[in-house]
Write a protein that binds this ligand. Sequence first.
Ligand code: PHE
Length: 469
Amino acid sequence: MQQQRENWGSRLGFIMAAAGSAVGLGNIWRFPYTAGENGGGAFILIYLGFVFVIGLSVMIAEFSVGRSTNLAAVGAFKKYNSNWTFVGVLGVLSSFFIMGFYPVVGGWALAYIVKSFTGLMSSVEAIPGVFDAFIGNPVEPLIWMLVFLALNIAIVVKGISGGIEKAGKVLMPLLFALLVLLSIRSVSLPGAGAGLDFLLKPDFSKVNGETFLAALGQAFFSLSLGMGAMVTYGSYLSREENLPQNAFIVTTLDTLVALLAGVAIFPALFAFGLEPAAGPGLVFVVVPTIFAEMGGLGTIFSALFFIALAVAALTSSVSLLETVTAYFIDQRGMSRKKAVYLMGAAMVVTNILASLSLGVMSGVTIFGAGFFDFFDILTDKIFLAIGGMLVSLFAGWVMKKDVLEKELTNGGETKFGLFNIWFVLVKYVNPIAIFFVAIAGIISITQTSLMIFGLVLIAALAIFSKKLA
Ligand code: PHE
């Protein structure tokens, strides 16, 4: 007999969990530096457009694919049309690959909580060197990564309402409170105005094709779209939930947190005369520098910042682990426990490779990139956009319009006034827009062999998934 499928315990619990998935390193680590590198306010405007038009509509589509089938990514697509199974498989694979480097960065955040108290703040000049030495160290980051992965496993093994939902309900408000506190501190520094200008005054001279690419990639990554995570979370939703409304809330929360992270960082950064376009090192180098310059309570603020970062990362990585786990539960009939431990073990291996690729194994490349970059580029530049495009095509062309309308209005119980506009977006506008941006992204990959590998992999999945999954 089939066991009763798990469900979210409450609406708030689901929202906190889904927002927890969305709000992550993407918001606090990637958003600020991507905005910084792409002209600040102008980038943010384009980003907002992508988030609330393309991102939100794809999220609604993902929720409806998941809930209408009550199956996680692979099973959900398969149930409608087995030729589309590969979209789910691609999603599960993307989640697995993102989970190949995400815990490394999550571990860095944990380490920096402790480092805030153990000398990191004592010399401003030494901070960049500390970061470089730390991430290249063959032992220390591995230990923190393992701690971070262990937390993930401990949460996901407890299941949907008992683990993921509980964690989200505690951690998300904590994260929000920490960011508000940090933002207040940041804007109250003398000279903070220049940072607010940078965030709010768009400088369109910095905008080019790359900006759009960065904005769409960031929107998908930040909203956890294109890799089955929201399909999976949606599959545990009850029939009474209003999907468009929930998607709107989650999207808004994600955007608020990204902006809040910008407000926590840029005003302080300008106040101390630092560079906005500092790349991936921004939060691990520039942020500690800001707090060290602050003196006094700087240590505490630094620790709080990295607690916020670790918390954000944790609730996101949990959703990635769940997406992979749910495949084995739904499609392979595995117990949750077994699936989580098995995948957790596999992720230990991929993350060791990713972490070491930044140090002792930097000479080892796979398709022209180290392991960390391999996982990052493959997902960020190829899989996510193509995944998002396919989900949109699937909703628009494979699912029936009346089935969707029923799903999105709970059989007429709730209203979705924008249904027709949403449908046109999903059916025509998104696929075309995403297609162009995806092509531009794929072309921009400098490692040609990696680009070819990614595309061949997708083609192979499209051909073989039907039989294997
Ligand atoms: N949205 C997460 C972030 O912003 C990353 C993520 C992507 C999580 C995809 C789950 C699925 O960091």
